[in-house]
Design a protein around this ligand. Structure first.
Ligand SMILES: Nc1ncnc2c1ncn2[C@@H]1O[C@H](COP(=O)(O)OP(=O)(O)OP(=O)(O)O)[C@@H](O)[C@H]1O
Length: 355
């Protein structure tokens, strides 16, 4: 059971070559802009035809280039939700939802659409056109339409990116509920690490049309195996490093030798620590403590990021090499800090990737 993709698609200047096996559940797809995430979803949905390979869902062949099998999008029973909602502008909300329902009597159709309108709290606008409702309401209509076909697979391509923060939080909660009840495979493309972490049990990292890494989300975040995986999952502090011993690495750019709880296997690679794991040293921190100067400070509603230079005084706000993200209440404690501050690189969170 699950989704098995092994495809190639070539364009001038870009090629997608993806091999991927997804178990039922939510798989997050992360990757830089232009890395091929939407193209992958479009191939699975049947909107783009690969040049070679196979796509199989729960044993059903969607696509097999060698046997010339290419099931139409309508017959794949994929629930698709794209970032721009893709509602038909000339159809009412009710007709948009009913559009994909084949093989039902008018009575059955009405009953089904009525239930979806109610479930997604959009019954009041059933007779309006997409341009006459808000972005959040449009997104709920698109979700209702995606679920109308009772999909075997859900393909969600940055579904919240056009929503404001308040709506995004609400939709994310609704989506989490919905995905909990969904028994099939769901692929969820996002650039947002919080969304990826909250909604996805597993992650696939796409880099230049290839699978860079895949695995349980915690593993991917805690122990990225490549520089690209670390950067794509949002790591701000990662630099070339040289192995010193089984558990220590030298990072020349930072002028530091760090201890890591993880065993360091290769001679050369990259050492990193996520900005939320880099802390100001407290009592009892002994290993991995180093002096650093604050080059700049950036405040968000609940967090503050310090831009730091280890060792010597910075020449200006841009002269920093490390980022340390603190919660607001932590900041209060350091309101009177004197410089340089002492940073603590928790060995449990210092990771090392091979080249
Ligand atoms: N029809 C096409 N012809 C040629 N190249 C294309 C075509 N469609 C997409 N591409 C290219 O394929 C690459 C992957 O595009 P895709 O939309 O899958 O990226 P993405 O990872 O979804 O990006 P984003 O995060 O910005 O949405 C891009 O470089 C894009 O320019």
């Amino acid at each position: 059971m699950g989704l098995n993709v092994d495809i190639e698609k070539r364009f001038p200047g870009f090629s997608l070559k993806i091999k991927l096996d997804c178990a039922p559940g939510v798989t997050g797809i992360l990757g830089a802009s232009g890395s091929g995430k939407s193209m992958l979803l479009n191939c699975i949905a049947g909107l783009v035809k690969p040049d070679a390979g196979t796509i199989v869902l729960d044993g059903r062949m969607f696509f097999d280039a060698s046997k010339r099998i290419h099931i139409t999008p309508q017959h794949r029973k994929a629930g698709i939700l794209f970032q721009n909602y893709a509602l038909f502008p000339h159809m009412t909300i009710r007709d948009n939802i009913a559009f994909a329902l084949d093989g039902l009597t008018p009575g059955e159709k009405d009953e089904k659409v009525g239930a979806l309108l109610k479930r997604f709290n959009i019954a009041d606008f059933a007779g309006r056109y997409p341009a006459q409702i808000s972005g959040g309401q449009q997104q709920r209509v698109a979700l209702a339409r995606a679920l109308a076909v009772e999909p075997d697979i859900l393909l969600l391509d940055e579904p919240f990116s056009a929503l404001d923060q308040h709506l995004k939080t609400r939709m994310m909660k609704d989506m989490a509920e919905l995905l909990k009840d969904f028994k099939g495979c769901a692929l969820f493309v996002t650039h947002n690490m919080e969304e990826a972490y909250r909604l996805c049990a597993r992650l696939v990292i796409i880099n230049s049309g290839r699978v860079e890494a895949s695995g349980p989300r915690q593993e991917i975040f805690e122990r990225p195996e490549s520089y690209e995986t670390a950067v794509i999952t949002g790591c701000k502090n990662i630099r070339p490093a040289v192995r010193v011993s089984d558990h220590s690495v030298r990072v020349p750019d930072w002028g530091l030798t760090l201890t890591s709880a993880m065993e360091i296997g290769a001679e050369k690679g990259f050492a990193g620590i996520r900005s939320n794991h880099l802390r100001l040293a407290g009592e009892g921190d002994a290993d991995n403590c180093f002096a650093a100067w604050i080059a700049d400070v950036s405040e968000a509603p609940f967090t503050t990021t310090l831009y730091l230079k280890p060792g010597s005084k910075p020449d200006g706000a841009e002269d920093y090499q490390l980022q340390c993200e603190l919660k607001r209440d932590q900041l209060r404690e350091i309101a009177d800090f004197s410089q340089p501050v002492t940073l603590h690189f928790d060995p449990a969170h210092v990771f090392f990737t091979e080249h």
